[in-house]
Design a protein around this ligand. Structure first.
Ligand code: PEP
Length: 251
């Protein structure tokens, strides 16, 4: 049984004061929920305050990126141990915005995921095709290549703990959610790809999320699909009410 995860990506939004308002609202709205893992990923500036506020609560904290080196001359980057020290449990890696605007590649995604895992941080590895690849019909090949390169040289016991988020780029921030069938088709394909690269047991352990304009109205249908284990939520994670409704998809 894979425990569902609902993760909210705040992106470059919320000062500490704004973020804490959101955290306080959310904490009371999702109080007592234990059957779904709840994760919020604030910007780096708010991580220390938010992890302290959520200590011992049912909301885990994730970072939006992590570097692969332990320390050194990497201006602007954050090392895995620095996040672990704060109590950060997850790190989003290879978000399409990082790939598009900040030169993230499959190779750096692979290195970041490895470093995060070594520091006890669960990577949420993002994959997903652009619109033209969807329209050409080659999206499954595109996504399985991203998965293969992200996981290259990792051991099955390590991969089993990873989280993969399928986020078709054409659905991110556009209001255009993939249909439940489109989400299931690719999430199932990702699981089959992992089974081919490793084995069925490993593939059945990996949690695969869907991301792309997820809303309170769409989460239930998505979660009914057998290979969708949760959601990575952008815009709707900025409102406590919307995010809590997504978290409560099974209520
Ligand atoms: C995201 O940022 O990962 C995302 C899915 O954003 P949105 O929900 O706003 O499409």
């Amino acid at each position: 049984m894979r425990k569902p995860i609902i993760a909210g990506n705040w992106k470059m939004n919320n000062t500490i004061a704004e973020g804490m308002k959101l955290v306080n609202g959310l904490t009371s709205l999702v109080k007592g929920i234990k059957d779904t893992e709840i994760v919020i990923c604030p910007p780096a500036t708010a991580l220390a305050v938010v992890t302290t506020a959520l200590h011992g609560k049912n909301i885990a904290v994730g970072a939006q990126n992590v570097h692969w080196e332990e320390s050194g001359a990497y201006t602007g980057e954050i090392a895995p141990a620095m996040l672990a020290e704060l109590g950060v449990k997850y790190a989003i890696i290879g978000h399409s915005e990082r790939r598009q605007y900040f030169g993230e590649t499959d190779e750096t995604v692979n290195k970041r995921a490895r470093a995060a895992h070594r520091a006890g941080i669960t990577p949420i590895i993002c994959v997903g095709e652009p619109l033209e690849t969807r329209e050409k019909g080659t999206y499954k090949r595109y996504v399985s290549r991203q998965v293969r390169l992200a996981l290259a040289d990792r051991k099955p016991q390590c991969v089993a703990k990873f989280v993969i988020a399928y986020e078709p780029i054409w659905a991110i921030g556009t209001g255009k959610t993939a249909t439940f069938e489109q989400a299931q088709e690719v999430c199932e394909h990702i699981r089959k790809t992992i089974a081919k690269l490793y084995d069925k047991k490993t593939a059945d352990s990996v949690r695969i999320l869907y991301g792309g304009s997820v809303k309170p109205e769409t989460i239930k249908g998505l979660m009914e699909k057998p290979d969708v284990d949760g959601a990575l939520v952008g815009g709707a994670a900025l409102k406590a009410k919307d995010f809590s409704e997504i978290v409560k998809f099974n209520r």
